[in-house]
Structures are given as structure tokens and as C-alpha cells.
Design a protein around this ligand. Structure first.
Ligand code: ATP
Ligand code: MG
Length: 565
């Protein structure tokens, strides 16, 4: 490709609309442009990267024996009513009516449609196992679309669905997809981790997320260097690493704590560690019942665990006004003593002597509170997020933590969809049985954003070789070097994706743009070529520079490609 003929509008400045680095760089590198909130155009460079990712995904799915299909974005409400998700899905499901007043939605996921496809035409165990997939647009009316294509409303997903005769079959299909995903993210040149995960709105019992490791990730992953255990912190059992030294219970004492609200402020005011302050948070269940959650001041509530505890009830934190109405004191001064609500205490409060609780009176706390003596919780249970200092639930060694971006999610669904939709086949024993299903998603467009979050510097994107839209840039700095540069450009183009910077621009602009769009290898015809006939090759990732004869460039690139890892 010749740069002068390409549509590649790069930007010098960070666009104000972007908060995170991948969004900024995708805009600056001329890869995407916003059309509406959470809805983006892909320009040629962005689409080229996207297609490379798609092809890696497609290749490995095909290798696993999965078959590609294409399903509509527009889906009839009837199917969603069969599984009950028409009512259950919430506002992420964009619903609308056609001119005949029939209800439709835009597909946020395709379990209903694929189950319908299979129940119509797959009748016998002989046709199983079957894995079908598509790479297509999804629409989710996200409550907060943000970070560009990282959390968009319209985005590209690869979704696959497996159909088996029984649990053993599902186990095999699931493992096959797990292995396939591992290959896909490796082939994309990404550092990633597979972790045990929460099943959320899709449902089912077992699931794993594939996370691209990045400091800017929204998810926190807990993992054990000793035994390999890894889970999304939403799911990680919290096992306290410390044991509390026994202490004599001291008398409860009410103290004046004016103007201090957060656990940290109370701790500083009283000259105690934050861990000694207990937070009491009021949650509302199903808009009906208020409950109190007690947790150490240095710990955080894990709402996924709360949701599980209250099995399926909708939970939310009470507003300040609600807290005042229910308890008669402001948030920050709430405590379990004398509270006429169900009290759920976190397990880390067990055997914890002499801590601080709110007094249910503004500007007052109790010090030296003891569970069992001063208040009795209804339940003591693990309700917090695991954190630094906690132990591995499998082997008991200390856990490590890192941030990640979810790029893939696989689920064992079982008969969650096939049963209500009566998707049945005739089994070996002559009986009709529901398909046993799995589903497997990859955020194809999110991978592009995650790649950039993981691979960038102050000058721009550092694309991994495997998904770089252009792997090599040939740059000439003077018009009289054009002919030689074109020769090398033509030769390299036979094997790789190459862009020739033939623009009438200053060297500084050409170098800046090549770094910005993340070209892994930059072949420069400049001073060194004029002086001694050697081209300069710059490696984007390391900044290394090599000087080589033009006729040796192809071999150089081959070697680089082989040794890059
Ligand atoms: P999240 O927790 O990030 O909302 P999810 O659990 O809703 O993700 P799945 O339903 O498992 O996601 O979808 C499969 C994959 O699609 C995800 O792993 C993610 O990579 C991608 N994905 C989900 N929502 C979005 C979105 N709004 N924008 C871009 N990609 C998305
Ligand atoms: Mg989601």
C-alpha cells in the first residue's frame, strides 16, 4: 500500500473525547471514528487490523472442526419469550416494533436463534457433536458505553455454540474450545490468562474468562504462582492470610467522631489502622427489604457474592436519603448494634477483637465492639473481594493479583436453553433428549483495543507482528531515494503487509506517524543509505536499529519473524 493513496487521517493531539489510551490511539492512528455513543466507524487501517484478528479466530475455530454460519442481528421476540429472556434481559436488549407491530430486538447474543436453528434440522445423536460459530455484529445497549470500542454498544463478536448428546460430550467440546481460545490469543501475540469466572446473564454453572493482562483492565484477577489457580476476583473465595492475636475484650465506648465518615477518616481520627474500623453498608433487595452488610474497613464488598447469597434477588446499595430514613443516621455512622435489620457479617470479622462500628447516630462511633457480645449477625459469610494478603483456595499459598481485560468467555450451559425451547434429538437408546450446550464468545473488536492497552508507549501503538495492519513500513526521506525504496517495497510486499511512505512530508512527520500506527519494522532510506548504501531497520518494540544491505532485507525480516518471541 502507498501511504499517499491510503485513507489514514492521523491526529497529532489527543482527542478530548477519549479517556483511555487505546481509545486515544485508535482515534489518533486514524483507525476508528465515532458515529454515535458506543457506535463506531472502522476506517481502512482499523478494519485491516480487525480482519487479521478475525482471520486468526476463524482459522483456529475451523481447525477445531467448528462450522461457520451467519445469523441475523434482528431477532423476533417470540424466541426470547420461549426462554423467558424477553422479560429477564433488561435494558441492554434493544427492543423495537416493525410496521406490523411485531416485537423484535437487536441480538446482544444468539443462544435463542442458534437453538432454534438446530432444533429444526438436527434430529439424531448421529449428528452430534456439533459446534457452530459466527463472526458478526452484536448490539447491547450498554448502560455506560465507554473506552471507545472496548465497551461499545455495537461491536464485533465471534460467538460459538456446541451441541452434545450428554455431559461427557459437553466436557469434551468445552475443553476443545478452551484449547482453541488459548491458541487464538497466543496467535494474536497477546499476554493473557484464563480464569474461572462468574456466569452472569448468559447463565450455566461453569465458565472461564480469557483476560488480556493490562494495568488499565477493568477486571482484577487472582492467581496462584504455586498451583496455577486463577479466577476473576468476583469469584475468588476470600481466605484471610492473617490470624488475629487474641486480645481481652475491652468495654464498649461511644466516642464523638465529628466530620469523619470514611473508614480511613475514622481510622486517622482515632489513631487506629483502617482494618480496625468496620463499615456497615445498607443494601436494598428487590426494592423491598433493607439489609446491613458489615465488613472490615480495608475490605471491599463483592456484589457477585451478595447476589449469590440472596439467590437471584436484585440488589443495590441504598441511597443516602434511604439510609437516613431506614436507620435515622447518615452513611458513615451506621453500625450493627441495635439495628433492626437482617445483619450479614463478613467472615473476616470472626474472632476479631475490639473494633470500631458506627453508632447509628451522626458524628458518633463505638470503639471496642465485639461480635457476639455487642451485636449478633444473622449470617457470617464470605462477602468480600479477595485482596493482597489472602490465601489460594486450592493450595493455601499467598495469592497474587493483576488487572485484565476480558476478551473471551466460555460457558457450560447444559440444557438451560434446549429445555425451555424443546430442542430435542433422538438418542442411541431411542429416547428424545434435550441437547447439552456450551457457548463461547470472543470480543473481536475488543481484542483490538485490549492489544493497544497492553502494547503501547508515549509515541503510539506497538502492534504485535501477528495482527499489525502493516508489518513493515518502507520510508524514504528524499525524492532521489524513491526508486531504491520502491524496489525493496515491492520485494517485501510479496510476503508481508507493507506500506510505503511516499508522502511529500518531513522525515519527522514520517517517523512520528510510523510509530503512532505501530508498524513493527520500519525500513528507512536516509542518510545511512546515501553514505554507505545501507538501509536502517528500526524495531518499533525495542527501538533497536540495524544497518543492512538492501538485498539482505528479506532474509532479515524472515529471521525477525522467526525469532520475534
Ligand atoms: P463484560 O463483562 O465486559 O460486559 P460480558 O460478560 O457481558 O462482558 P459476554 O456476554 O461473555 O461478555 O460476551 C463475549 C465477549 O464479547 C466478551 O468476552 C467481550 O470480549 C466481548 N464484549 C462484551 N460486551 C462488549 C462490549 N460492550 N463491547 C465490546 N466487546 C464486548
Ligand atoms: Mg456485559
Amino acid at each position: 500500500m502507498r501511504w499517499s493513496k491510503y485513507f489514514l487521517p492521523t491526529l497529532r493531539e489527543d482527542p478530548a473525547e477519549a479517556e483511555v489510551i487505546s481509545h486515544k490511539l485508535l482515534l489518533r492512528a486514524g483507525m476508528i471514528r465515532k458515529l454515535a455513543s458506543g457506535v463506531y466507524n472502522f476506517l481502512p487501517l482499523g478494519l485491516k487490523a480487525l480482519k487479521k484478528i478475525e482471520n486468526i479466530v476463524r482459522q483456529e475455530m475451523n481447525n477445531a472442526g467448528a462450522l461457520e454460519v451467519l445469523m441475523p442481528l434482528v431477532q423476533p421476540a417470540e424466541l426470547w419469550k420461549e426462554t423467558g429472556r424477553w422479560d429477564a434481559y433488561g435494558k441492554e436488549l434493544l427492543r423495537f416494533k416493525d410496521r406490523k407491530d411485531h416485537d423484535f430486538c437487536l441480538g446482544p447474543t444468539h443462544e435463542e436463534v442458534i437453538t432454534d436453528m438446530v432444533r429444526r434440522d438436527v434430529k439424531s445423536y448421529k449428528d452430534l457433536p456439533l459446534i457452530l460459530y459466527q463472526i458478526a455484529v452484536k448490539f447491547r445497549d450498554e448502560i455506560r458505553p465507554r473506552f471507545g470500542i472496548m465497551r461499545a454498544r455495537e461491536f464485533i463478536m465471534k460467538d460459538a455454540y456446541s451441541f452434545d448428546a450428554n455431559e461427557e460430550g459437553l466436557e469434551k467440546s468445552y475443553q476443545k474450545m478452551y484449547d482453541t481460545y488459548t491458541k487464538i490469543f497466543k496467535n494474536c501475540g497477546l499476554r493473557f490468562k484464563a480464569v474461572e469466572a462468574h456466569t452472569g446473564a448468559i447463565g450455566g454453572d461453569v465458565s472461564h474468562e480469557f483476560m488480556v493482562i493490562a494495568d488499565t483492565g477493568e477486571d482484577i484477577l487472582a492467581f496462584c504462582e504455586n498451583c496455577g489457580y486463577a479466577s476473576n476476583v468476583e469469584l475468588t473465595p476470600a481466605i484471610l492470610g492473617e490470624t488475629y492475636a487474641p486480645e481481652k475484650e475491652k468495654p464498649l465506648e461511644k466516642v464523638h467522631t465529628p466530620g469523619v465518615r470514611t473508614a480511613k477518616e475514622v481510622a486517622d481520627f482515632l489513631g487506629l489502622p483502617v482494618a480496625k474500623i468496620t463499615k456497615t453498608l445498607i443494601y436494598i433487595l428487590d426494592e423491598k427489604e433493607a439489609v446491613a452488610i458489615c465488613i472490615r474497613g480495608d475490605h471491599e464488598v463483592n456484589e457477585v457474592k451478595l447476589e449469590k447469597l440472596f439467590s437471584g434477588k436484585k440488589i443495590r446499595m441504598a441511597t443516602e436519603e434511604e439510609v437516613k430514613k431506614i436507620v435515622g443516621a447518615s452513611p458513615g455512622f451506621i453500625g450493627p448494634k441495635g439495628l433492626k435489620l437482617r445483619i450479614i457479617a463478613d467472615k473476616a470479622l470472626e474472632n476479631y477483637p475490639n473494633f470500631v462500628i458506627g453508632a447509628n447516630e451522626d458524628e458518633y462511633h463505638f470503639i471496642n465492639a465485639n461480635m457476639g457480645r455487642d451485636f449478633t449477625p444473622d449470617i457470617v459469610v464470605d462477602i468480600r473481594k479477595a485482596c493482597e494478603g489472602d490465601l489460594c483456595p486450592k493450595c493455601g499459598k499467598p495469592l497474587s493479583f493483576t488487572r485484565g481485560i476480558e476478551v473471551g468467555h466460555i460457558f457450560k450451559l447444559g440444557t438451560k436453553y434446549s429445555l425451555p425451547m424443546k430442542a430435542m434429538f433422538l438418542d442411541k437408546d431411542g429416547k428424545m433428549k434435550p441437547f447439552v450446550m456450551g457457548c463461547y464468545g470472543i470480543g473481536v473488536s475488543r481484542i483490538l483495543a485490549a492489544t493497544i492497552e497492553q502494547n503501547h508507549d508515549e509515541n503510539g501503538i506497538i502492534f504485535p507482528w501477528e495482527i499489525a495492519p502493516f508489518q513493515i513500513g518502507v520510508i524514504y526521506l528524499k525524492e532521489n531515494l524513491k526508486e531504491q525504496a520502491e524496489k525493496v517495497y515491492n520485494a517485501l510486499s510479496e510476503n508481508w503487509d507493507v506500506i510505503l511512505d511516499d508522502r511529500d512530508e518531513r522525515p519527522g512527520v514520517k517517523f512520528k506517524d510510523a510509530d503512532l500506527i505501530g508498524i513493527p519494522l520500519q525500513v528507512i532510506f536516509g542518510k545511512s543509505f546515501e553514505k554507505n548504501g545501507l538501509v536502517e531497520v528500526k524495531v518499533r518494540k525495542t527501538g533497536e536499529r540495524f544497518h543492512i544491505k538492501p538485498e539482505e532485507i528479506t532474509d532479515f525480516v524472515k529471521k525477525f519473524e522467526d525469532e520475534k518471541d
